[in-house]
Design a protein around this ligand. Sequence first.
Ligand SMILES: C[S@@+](CC[C@H](N)C(=O)[O-])C[C@H]1O[C@@H](n2cnc3c(N)ncnc32)[C@H](O)[C@@H]1O
Length: 377
Amino acid sequence: MKGFIKSISNNIDIDLISGSTVATLRCNSPKLIRVFLMSLNNAQISPDETFKAMGSLRLNPSLEQQNVVFRAFADSVRTSILRVLESGSFGVLELSRLLDIRQSALSHHLKTLAVAGLVAKRREGNSIFYRRAFLREDDPYVEFKRAAFNCIDSLQMDEAHRGRLDVLEHERSELSLNFFKKNAEKFAKNQELIVERSQYSPILEELISSLNLPSDSTVVEIGPGEGFLLVKLAQVFNQVIGIDNSAEMLSKAKESVSDANLDNVAFIHGDANQQSISRAKVNLVVMDMVLHHLPSPANIFGSVADMLNPLGYFLAVDLAQHDQGWVCKSCGDLWLGFDEVELENWAVLAGLEPLQSVNLALKNGFQVQISLFRLGL
Ligand SMILES: C[S@@+](CC[C@H](N)C(=O)[O-])C[C@H]1O[C@@H](n2cnc3c(N)ncnc32)[C@H](O)[C@@H]1O
C-alpha cells in the first residue's frame, strides 16, 4: 500500500500514516477492510488522498459502524418502525399495537435502530417514548441516513398501520380535549401551578414588538385558552384569528375579547392541525403553552408553515424539558416540555428557520423557553 499502512494487528487495528498523521481503522471484519484497502490500492491512491478519501467516505471511526447502520435498514420490520416514527414519538406499547408486533421482538428491533443512531428515546413520566433520531451534520453517515429516511418516507404507509395510527392520535387528542372540557373553569389556577403568566409575558410582548410587523398584519394564535394574549394581539394588529379545539376554552377567549371591546378577532373552533387558512396570508403565528398538549407536536410545525406567508414568523412558547410527571394528571400535559434542539429539528423539517431561543429561569423547577422561527422565501 505504498508505505502508508503503518501496522496491522490481528486484522483488527490498521494504522495508516501520512506525514506526521496517524489514523487507525478499527474493524473486526477483515473482509470489509480488505475491500476498502484494495479499492484504494486499485485506484492508485496516494497517502494524502487516502486520508482525504477516508474523510469523504467518513470511515472514521470504523467500518464496523458502517455494518451496524446498513444492517439496521436492511429489515422490513425496522423500516416499518422508522416509517411510523416519522409521525411522532411513541411508547413501546403503542408501537407494538400500531405495528402488531410482540413487545419482545419490537424491543430487539428498537435496540438495533438505536445502536445505529436511527432512533432516540426519552422518558416522559413513567414511560419511555421512541422517536426518529435527529441527524447530526457531523454524523459520518448523515447523507446515507438522510437518503434512506427520504426513501422510506416516500413509501405509502401500510394501510393497517395508518388506520391504527389515526385511532391512536384521536385517543391522544381526546385526552387533551377532555381535560380542557372538564377544567375550563379552574384552568388558570392549574396553569399557575406550573408558571405564572406575569413571569414571561412582558418578554413575549417585547419580542413580538421587536418583529416590527405592520399593524395591518394578520396574526393567528393557536390555543388562546382564556384569551389573555389574544386581547394583547388584537390591540396591536388589525386582524387576529384564534383557533382552539375546545369549545369551552374558545368561549372564554370570546368573553375576554368582548370585555376588551375588540371586534377584530375571528374565532375558529377546531384542531389547529386541520385548518386550511390559506398560505400567503398570515404574518405571525403564536402558540403559547400549547405544544405540550398536542398528540403529535412535530406535526404542528408543518401546519404552521402552511399558514404563513413567505418570511412569516412562528413564535412558540413552551416549557423546557422537565421531569415533573405530575403535570400530566393535574394540567392535562401530554409531553414533559421540549428540548430546544428537538424544536429546531422539527422546524427545519417543516421549512422553518430557527432564529432565536430564549430560556427564562422560573420558580418551581420549570423553565419557559420562547423560540422564534421564520418561514423561508
Ligand atoms: C395550556 S392552554 C394555553 C392557553 C393560553 N395560550 C395560555 O397560555 O394561557 C392550551 C390551549 O390549547 C388548546 N389546544 C390544545 N390542543 C389544541 C389543538 N390541537 N388545536 C387547537 N387548540 C388546542 C386548549 O384547548 C387550550 O385552550
